[in-house]
Design a protein. Structure first.
Lengths: 140, 290
C-alpha cells in the first residue's frame, strides 16, 4: 500500500527529525506569537525544504541564535526553504541554484565521490515526499 | 547552512558532475479471461462522403461471444448496405473501465469493494484514462485497514490512499535487460489532488525505480517502499512478442466494408485495437468474394 505523504509536522515526528524539532522548539516559532509565520510555511505549495538534522546543526543553531529576534530566527528557517518549485533529488544537479524564502540562493555542488552539498551542508537523505512538496535532510 | 555565512565547502575542490539519469519506465502487466462490456450506442451519418459511421451495440449484445459480433454485422450488411450502396463502417467500442478490470481480478476484491462503496472513487476509476494503477493487493489493503481502524478521518485517508495509487501516464512493463537499476528514478504524478493531502501542482508524486535485482519499487510518503508483485495487463491475449504495457481502455473495432448489394463483392475486416501502435499487428481481413 502506497503511503500518502504527510504534512511537514507529522513527517518530522514520524521520521525522527529530532534535532530539527529541537531547533524549532528553541526558536519559539511554533508559539502562538508566531502562528502566522508557521501557518504560512505549512500551507505553502510546491515547497522544497533543506532540513538540517544533526548534532552539529543543532549546536550551530544554538550558538547563532542566542537572544535572536523572531525576525532573525525566521530568516534562518527561511534560508532552508525554496518556495514555488519542488526540486526532487533528480533535480539536485551540479550547479543548480535555487532562491530561498530568505532571499539568498542555495546552490548544489557534487564532490568527486558523488556526495552532494547544498552550499556548505552535506545532503544526507533526499526525497521525503510531503504534502507541500519535498524534504531533503542536510547536516548543517 | 548559514544564511549569512560563507560556505565551508570549496567549489574549487570539486569536480562537478550531473547525476541525473534518463527516466525509466516500468510496470504493470496480467489479467485473463476478461469479458468486456460495451458502451452505449451512438451513430452519425455523413452524406457528403456517403459514409455511415456507427458506434453502437448495447450491453446485452456486447457480453455475448464474438460470434454474435459477426451475426450483427451480417445483419448490417443485409439491411443497411442494400439501401446505402455505400461504405459502412461499424465501430464497436469495447469501453471496459479500470473498475471492470479490478472487479475481475481475484486479488483486488477488497480494493473493488472500497471503490464501489465510494461515489468519488467509483467516478474516478470508471473515467480515468491514460493511467497506471499500483493496485494494493488484498493482503496489503488488509494490513493497511487493520493499522488504521479507529483513526480519525480513516475514511478520507483511505480514499486519498486509493487516489494516490492511481498515477497519470502509462508506464510500460519493466524489461530487466533494458532498464538501468537504482540510479534511475521516475517521478510520477498521481491522481491525488485533494488539498488536504497534497499541495503540489498537478497532483502528489510518487517515485518509481528499479532495484539491482530487477524488481520495480514504488517509493511513497515517509520513504515507504512498495514492490510491484503482479502485473496487470489488458484482458485480451496478444501475440507474445508484443509487450503488453497499456492499462487503458482497449477498443475493438469491427469493420464492415461493402461496395454493392447484389453482386456483393465485399470485404470484411476485423480489427482488434488495444493500442494504436499495435493495430497493424492485430488486424485481420476477410474477403467474401473476389
Amino acid at each position: 500500500m502506497l503511503s500518502v505523504p504527510r504534512d511537514l509536522a507529522s513527517q518530522g515526528v514520524v521520521a525522527g527529525f529530532n534535532y530539527f524539532i529541537q531547533m524549532l522548539t528553541l526558536s519559539g516559532l511554533l508559539n502562538k506569537d508566531n502562528f502566522a509565520y508557521s501557518q504560512g510555511i505549512v500551507t505553502m505549495s510546491n515547497l522544497t525544504m533543506f532540513l538540517p538534522n544533526s548534532q552539529a546543526a543543532l549546536d550551530s543553531f544554538v550558538a547563532r541564535t542566542v537572544n535572536a529576534s523572531s525576525a532573525r530566527l525566521q530568516d534562518i528557517f527561511n534560508y532552508h526553504i525554496v518556495n514555488g518549485t519542488v526540486h526532487y533529488a533528480s533535480d539536485l544537479v551540479a550547479g543548480r541554484s535555487m532562491k530561498t524564502l530568505q532571499g539568498n540562493n542555495i546552490t548544489i555542488y557534487i564532490a568527486p565521490n558523488g556526495t552532494k552539498y547544498a552550499n556548505g551542508a552535506q545532503i544526507l537523505t533526499t526525497d521525503y515526499l510531503v504534502v507541500p512538496g519535498v524534504i531533503h535532510v542536510i547536516d548543517g | 547552512m548559514s544564511p549569512d555565512g560563507v560556505s565551508a565547502f570549496s567549489l574549487d575542490n570539486l569536480a562537478c558532475s550531473s547525476t541525473r539519469s534518463s527516466p525509466s519506465h516500468s510496470c504493470p502487466t496480467t489479467v485473463t479471461g476478461y469479458e468486456p462490456s460495451l458502451g452505449p450506442a451512438s451513430c452519425s451519418f455523413s452524406s457528403s462522403v456517403e459514409q455511415v459511421y456507427c458506434e453502437h451495440l448495447d450491453r446485452h449484445v456486447a457480453t455475448k461471444s464474438r460470434g454474435t459480433w459477426w451475426r450483427l454485422d451480417t445483419f448490417a450488411m443485409k439491411f443497411a448496405v442494400p439501401f446505402l450502396l455505400a461504405l459502412c463502417i461499424t465501430v464497436v467500442d469495447a469501453q471496459f473501465t479500470l473498475l471492470d478490470i479490478i472487479r475481475q481480478t481475484n486479488d483486488l476484491s477488497r480494493l473493488y469493494t472500497i471503490i464501489n462503496e465510494s461515489a468519488s472513487l467509483t467516478s474516478l476509476y470508471t473515467s480515468a484514462n491514460e493511467f497506471t494503477l499500483f493496485a494494493p493487493s488484498n493482503l496489503a489493503l488488509g494490513i493497511y485497514l487493520n493499522s488504521t481502524t479507529g483513526r480519525p478521518n480513516q475514511e478520507k485517508d483511505l480514499e486519498a490512499a486509493i487516489d494516490y495509487a492511481l498515477a497519470h501516464g502509462v508506464f510500460p512493463s519493466v524489461e530487466a535487460t533494458t532498464i538501468e537499476a537504482t540510479t534511475t528514478r521516475e517521478y510520477i504524478t498521481s491522481f491525488l489532488t485533494n488539498i488536504r493531502y497534497t499541495n503540489v501542482t498537478g497532483g502528489q508524486r510518487m517515485i518509481m525505480r528499479k532495484t539491482n535485482t530487477g524488481n520495480v519499487q514504488i517509493e511513497s510518503g515517509n520513504k515507504t517502499i512498495s514492490f510491484v508483485r503482479t502485473a496487470v495487463r489488458n484482458p485480451y491475449p496478444l501475440p507474445s512478442p508484443l509487450p503488453i504495457t497499456k492499462l487503458t481502455r482497449p477498443r475493438i473495432y469491427l469493420s464492415v466494408v461493402a461496395w454493392s448489394t447484389l453482386s456483393i463483392p465485399c470485404s470484411v475486416s476485423l480489427e482488434i485495437l488495444l493500442h494504436k501502435e499495435w493495430s497493424r499487428d492485430l488486424t485481420t481481413s476477410f474477403k467474401c468474394s473476389p
